[in-house]
Design a protein around this ligand. Structure first.
Ligand code: BDP
Length: 584
């Protein structure tokens, strides 16, 4: 939900910054203001802004001053962080406004009683990026994690103040189908007796629908079929704008907008359908990772990424392994990408964090962990459910679901996702394959497969044979569920060439990707192929990584490796819309 109408104070810029390795700032009252000559830019992670902060794990403080015009006095003030963390605590003019756990979902704090109108205000933010077993995703320290990406720290995404009247639109929920269904529900704060106007606009602004309804105190609803609208699809990502106006006696009290795409999506009898046509996912697992800015991928870099993905013929990606930024997903809506939106339960190396495996199993039974996993899933779904691009949710990546405890955990998360949004199918990425006990709980099976890389070293042929064997085994166990090859790939350091293809060379990566894709071509229960990864990205330090995970088909600065050319050729030879005559 966006509101170009509401007055805003953008907080992007150079903030005062200070590391607090002994975590003494709070006791010493730094929230009232602290002195430091260090500077960090917001939005961005702190890590690469100064080599001294690169691997820092701990608490750091940010502060900035901003001015709020007197003309805004009397309005409610909201402080919005699009993503900061891992754990963030916020003070305005010395008053604690609130705290939030998790880097990848937005949070909104009521700043009304703390803000000073017609004056400068002091905002102080404490960010703690420590890795811990009770944080999501879990780990022991920055280089001992269950997850294969760097635990950046900072105010990674934009932050701003926004002002509303006392009566305002709190939330907007939209549901469509490809035949013009438009259901909307606006939740209004202090709305009794007020009227709400819904308008559907074409891209160029022409009005297609106008409806005025009374708010029943809390909700205002629209349920219409709009004729003549064009459906949303990767080939033609037609978007419309739903504008919702809260009407007061002397004009609008609030106006919000949502971009709407008319589309249907379902998984049915072993196939995935977009707008009632079987669709085939071609794309990538991605990351939010960029030189210097860290977890913040600047708009221009995102635009390049999307043009590169288009050029290669991709139609989809997974937000491995956390919900991505609004800008990232706005572009997916706009440029026509089907998104599998993944939550932060990334457990790839989880069992390796524990000497005692019984302790690892207990983790899944800890109600505090479940509460955190549900909280982030809820925030993710609430924040992105109106997007046409988001076609499915992934509730976890690589949980040890050969264990009953982990399978039960995933089951509960899948059920919870469905209870929040019954319109979207659910999946999770499995690395336990045929030994996985949770595959039956989700609509589509997603498999992460690294035969020929983490095993069968140096033998692509043997790797592909094992991959197909395992895929078929899973298919036989769950013949009614489509299977996505959700991750497969090999590291290649750009510039290493070797004939014959050997591990770490560009040739080996390209050849492995080619052989996998050729291997599953035409298997009609295979719902798609997502190459791991779109671009190289930073990881914890370990003997298995050369600063970056090098499985990108692009380098970290978005230049192609040999594999990018091969993928372009392969994706163009695969259908986007699956045919029914393919082999079974
Ligand atoms: C998978 C994980 C992913 C890793 C990848 C790899 O899901 O996060 O980056 O392996 O090892 O197991 O490259």
């Amino acid at each position: 939900m966006k509101s170009p109408y509401r007055p805003k104070v953008d907080l992007s810029g150079f903030w005062k910054f200070k590391l607090d390795p002994r975590d003494e700032g709070e006791k010493e009252g730094w929230f009232k203001g602290f002195s430091s000559n260090d500077v960090a830019y917001v939005p961005s992670s702190w890590n690469e802004q100064n080599p001294l902060w690169d691997g820092y794990e701990g608490v750091a403080w940010y502060s900035t001053r901003f001015y709020v015009p007197e003309s805004l006095e009397g309005k409610l003030a909201w402080l919005i962080f699009k993503g900061a963390g891992y754990y963030t605590k916020v003070w305005l003019n010395g008053v604690l406004l609130g705290e939030h756990e998790g880097s990848f979902t937005q949070f909104k704090l009521d700043a009304t009683s703390a803000v000073r109108f017609g004056e400068y205000n002091l905002l102080v933010v404490r960010v703690d990026n420590r890795v811990a077993l009770d944080r999501l995703p879990p780990g022991l320290s920055i280089n001992r994690t269950a997850f294969d990406f760097l635990q950046y720290g900072g105010i990674h995404r934009p932050a701003y103040l926004e002002f509303t009247e006392r009566s305002y639109i709190e939330a907007l929920l939209v549901e469509t189908d490809h035949k013009g269904l438009l259901k909307a529900e606006a939740r209004i704060a202090n709305g009794s007796g007020l009227k709400v106007r819904f308008k559907l606009l074409e891209r160029e602004g022409a009005e297609l629908l106008l409806d005025e309804v009374s708010c029943n105190g809390v909700l205002a609803r629209l349920n219409r079929r709009v004729s003549g609208v064009k459906p949303w699809s990767p080939e033609e990502p037609n978007l419309y704008t739903l504008r919702v106006e809260l009407l007061g006696e002397r004009g609008p009290l609030d106006i919000v907008e949502e971009r709407v795409g008319f589309r249907s999506f379902k998984v049915d009898k072993g196939r995935v359908y977009l707008n009632e046509k079987p669709v085939f996912f071609k794309g990538f697992g991605r990351h939010e990772d960029f030189p210097v800015t860290g977890k913040y991928v600047p708009g221009a870099a995102l635009v390049r990424d999307f043009y590169l993905m288009k050029k290669l013929g991709a139609n989809s990606f997974r937000t491995s392994h956390y919900p991505y930024s609004d800008e990232h997903l706005d572009l997916a809506d706009e440029m026509g990408f089907m998104v599998i939106l993944e939550s932060t339960v990334c457990l790839s190396g989880f069992t390796g964090l524990f000497g005692d495996q019984a302790k690892a199993r207990e983790w899944f039974k800890d109600p505090r962990i479940m509460e955190k996993a549900k909280a982030v899933l809820k925030e993710m779904i609430e924040q992105h459910r109106n997007r046409p691009s988001v076609v499915m949710y992934s509730v976890a990546n690589e949980p040890p679901t050969d264990w009953e405890e982990a399978a039960e955990f995933v089951k509960q998360l899948a059920e919870y996702a469905k209870s929040l949004d019954p319109t979207r199918p659910v999946t999770f990425a499995s690395h336990r394959h045929s030994k996985d006990r949770a595959l039956g709980f989700v609509d589509m099976i997603s498999l992460n497969v690294y035969f020929g890389w983490y095993s069968e070293w140096g033998s692509i042929e043997e790797g592909v044979r094992r991959m197909l064997e395992e895929l078929k085994r899973v298919h036989e166990m769950y013949p009614d569920k489509p299977v996505l090859l959700a991750e497969f790939g090999a590291d290649a350091v750009a510039g290493i060439h070797w004939d014959p293809p050997v591990m770490w060379s560009e040739e080996y990566q390209a050849e492995l990707l080619r052989s996998y894709i050729e291997g599953v071509r035409g298997l009609k229960w295979v719902a798609g192929v997502h190459v791991w990864n779109f671009a190289d990205f930073r990881t914890p330090q370990s003997p298995g990584r050369t600063v970056l995970n090098r499985k990108g088909v692009f380098t970290r600065d978005r230049q192609p490796k040999f594999a990018a050319h091969v993928i372009k050729y392969l994706f163009s030879s695969l259908p986007s819309w699956a045919r029914s005559s393919e082999r079974g």
